[in-house]
Design a protein around this ligand. Structure first.
Ligand code: IPD
Ligand code: CA
Ligand code: CA
Length: 288
């Protein structure tokens, strides 16, 4: 499938922005109320009623606008169509552990991807909406990446400018702030996870673990960090962030520097482009 035309991308972006705002309002409500019902999907993998409510409202809005598209979301799964075509990837609350602990670093993450000629899904629209941080990030293929400040109603503030995103110009590892995250099966493979962490830590200015993969990627796009790496993520964690980083001039691959494949790659590396090969050199020869 060819990349949708600019008008089609803009229409999909508008639907994604509206759905992200509605999801963000739902989770913001629960963030302040603290009337949380926390269920364990695994020993350290949590879900609340607000994850579910956000997903419900996002699914309803996107499927109303694009009933013919596939839709994959974290909590209630896939609504499949027969032919390989456009597909939405939705994380209704990325950073649930932070959310449950009342840490404001979390977001709604929504992306539209289309299959490329080899059948790999390529994100073409992405929105990451962080209600308590009061920021929304978005991009569409060929149209750039942007951010805007939110108001008290969690919608973009009419008086705040739309700011184009550009990755950091840093060119040495010792200038680099690098983000990472840990998968929910970390207890079973601490050494495997700590090994790349230790090697990156030994060469860069600082390493951070934010707790929301979507925002880690948005921060690379915004030039607030120079790199991000993580293993074991799902496509809904990263699809929006991938297109936002690419449109801001950054690079995306797996740890080996090979093409990142949304539904297949085991790990992801994002960078400001200039540092990409240096980060691949550190991560590539890991045996895990
Ligand atoms: C998680 C966050 C976290 C990352 C985990 C993800 P969730 O998503 O993005 O930063 O380290 O691997 O699963 O469960 O909060 O949507
Ligand atoms: Ca997630
Ligand atoms: Ca989630």
């Amino acid at each position: 499938m060819v990349t949708p035309k600019p008008d089609e991308l803009k229409a999909a972006l508008a639907v994604a922005q509206k759905a992200a705002l509605l999801g963000a309002k739902a989770i913001a409500l629960g963030y302040w109320d603290r009337d949380l019902t926390v269920r364990h999907k695994g020993p350290i993998d949590l879900v609340t009623q607000y994850d579910l409510e956000s997903e419900r409202v996002i699914r309803a809005n996107i499927q109303k606008a694009f009933p013919e598209h596939e839709f994959l979301a974290e909590e209630e799964g896939l609504t499949a169509k027969e032919a390989l075509g456009p597909k939405w990837y939705v994380d209704p609350l990325d950073g649930t552990t932070n959310y449950v602990h009342q840490n404001p670093f979390f977001a709604v993450s929504i992306a539209l991807a289309v299959p490329n000629p080899s059948g790999l899904m390529e994100p073409v629209v992405g929105v990451i909406h962080a209600p308590i941080l009061r920021e929304v990030f978005w991009a569409a293929k060929g149209l750039g990446a942007f951010r805007q400040t939110l108001g008290d109603d969690y919608a973009p503030l009419a008086t705040s400018p739309v700011i184009p995103l550009t990755v950091s110009p840093a060119s040495t590892l010792v200038e680099a702030l690098v983000n990472t995250g840990f998968p929910y099966d970390v207890h079973q493979r601490v050494q495997e996870i700590v090994s790349p962490f230790a090697r990156i830590l030994g060469q860069v200015q600082a390493v951070r673990r934010g707790g929301a993969a979507s925002l880690d990627l948005a921060f690379v796009a915004a030039g607030r960090s120079e790199g991000y790496f993580e293993t074991g993520l799902k496509p809904w964690d990263v699809a929006a962030g991938v297109i936002i980083v690419q449109e801001a001039g950054g690079a995306i691959s797996d740890y080996a520097g090979e093409t990142y494949q949304l539904e297949k790659s085991r790990d992801i590396l994002a960078s400001n482009s200039r540092l990409h090969s240096k980060l691949v050199d550190i991560l590539n020869d890991l045996t895990y």
